[in-house]
Design a protein around this ligand. Structure first.
Ligand code: OOG
Ligand code: NI
Length: 408
């Protein structure tokens, strides 16, 4: 029996998600056009190295409601060679979820297709109204996000070690359906309003049949150019690019998005309404930073966030301390590098940034961004729900840098 490789399944899944989202959110198609134009014109340092993977590259994001759903997602993404990497607690920013990212981890798998999925778990315990919390838990307990057929195919992969051609095709079709948008809400309009009043994310996660994909994000080589073009075309773009400032040597991740669209919804009582959750995002990826580099990044970013006045200026000023030269980044141990045919190259950051993620969440909730203190989440609680530990991103980058063979 020959199995379809997990790399191929992941590449096909990523392409299928993109095609589906293009139909569901037409502005995403516009965004892809802008990104393709800008990338074609950009002769950035990273371009030549990542050219092959660039046009197929994207990440997505989903939000699930229960431990069972999260562990099903872990098993689902494992079929496509995607492991949970990192733990993100969004509660300091007033977002009642904690998260991980499912992604490939080896140099080879990343080169084949780097598709990642940011996956958040609702922290139901943060709903303070006990009646509402019970109604939310009940709505979630009634739904099954994966079809029986999909669960069978996941179990088959786990026992046999892979899927044949036909099963692989069925797996992708059933998998795609999990993330499709459903306009029929599973709750009454009164419950929807109550959940939305609690937090926009509660309504988005609890009220629908499944964890609809909430954005897909192509990678650009020049995010300032894409942002400028979005504004020129009158697209309702987020006003600030998250992450580090523009630099000669890009580091980590810069992100911006266009605001979520309003989509028609029918409630269980037959009434009609609208839901605002799904948007488009663009990212520019740079070099992965070591723990030392990451500390320096956090220091610079926090200084800019705390400053008064113009944010862009404060950001540029505070990052003046961050070396913007590949040799210095390397000699000071701030970024990860590896050797390939073209010499020593920076390793691409494959992960996410909690402050940026919070900014993306907040700009797309369709209600006022909140900043309420919330009880922090714990990695242990998240991992208990997930059913395994998350992988440490710094260990993965160090292994990539050393050319150590990693086991998926
Ligand atoms: C996820 C937001 C985080 C990113 O790129 O930082 C994210 C969400 O809105 O569900 O995707
Ligand atoms: Ni994103």
């Amino acid at each position: 029996m020959t199995f379809v490789s997990s790399d191929l399944l992941r590449a096909r899944f990523s392409a299928a998600m993109s095609a589906m989202y293009r139909e569901e959110v037409p502005l995403y198609a516009t965004l892809l056009d802008i990104v393709a134009d800008v990338n074609a014109k950009t002769d950035a340092d990273l371009a030549s190295r990542d050219g092959a993977r660039l046009s197929a590259e994207r990440h997505g994001a989903i939000r699930v409601g229960t431990a069972e759903e999260l562990s099903q997602m872990r098993r689902f993404f494992a079929v496509m060679g995607m492991d949970p990497v990192g733990y993100y607690d969004l509660s300091p920013a007033g977002v009642p979820v904690h998260s991980t990212a499912f992604r490939p981890v080896t140099n080879e798998a990343l080169a084949a297709n780097p598709f990642r999925m940011f996956c958040s778990l609702l922290r139901l315990e943060l709903i303070d109204d006990a009646g509402l919390r019970d109604r939310a838990a009940e709505a979630l307990s009634k739904r099954q996000i994966c079809s029986d057929r999909l669960l069978d195919l996941i179990a088959k992969t786990e026992s046999d070690g892979g899927l044949g051609d036909d099963d692989g095709t069925a797996f992708l079709a059933e998998g795609l359906a999990v993330f499709r948008w459903h306009s029929e809400a599973q709750v009454s309009s009164a419950d929807y309003r109550a959940m939305k009043a609690q937090h926009g994310l509660v309504a988005d996660i609890v009220c629908f049949k499944g964890p609809h994909i909430n954005h897909l994000t192509p990678r650009t080589l020049d995010i300032d150019a894409v942002q400028g073009e979005m504004i020129a075309r009158g697209i309702d773009a987020k006003d600030r690019i998250e992450g580090p400032p523009r630099r000669k040597c890009p580091i980590l991740l810069r992100q911006t998005s266009f605001k979520a669209l309003s989509e028609a919804v029918t409630f269980k009582d037959g009434s009609e309404g609208a839901h605002t959750a799904r948007f488009g995002e663009i990212e520019q990826r740079g070099a992965a930073l070591t723990p030392k580099g990451r500390d320096l990044y956090d220091t610079c970013l926090n200084r800019a966030l705390a400053a008064d006045g113009d944010y862009e200026q404060a950001l540029a000023a505070s990052f003046a301390d961050f070396p913007d030269d590949w040799d210095m980044l390397r000699s000071e141990g701030l970024a990860y590098f590896r050797e390939d045919e073209s010499g020593v190259v920076p390793i691409v950051w494959e992960d996410f940034l909690p402050v940026s993620a919070a900014g993306i969440f907040q700009s797309n909730l369709g209600d006022d961004a909140r900043d309420n203190a919330m009880q922090g989440g714990t990695q242990a609680a998240f991992e208990a729900a997930l059913g395994c530990p998350v992988r440490d991103m710094f260990e993965l980058y160090a292994a990539q840098a050393e050319g150590v063979a990693l086991t998926a």
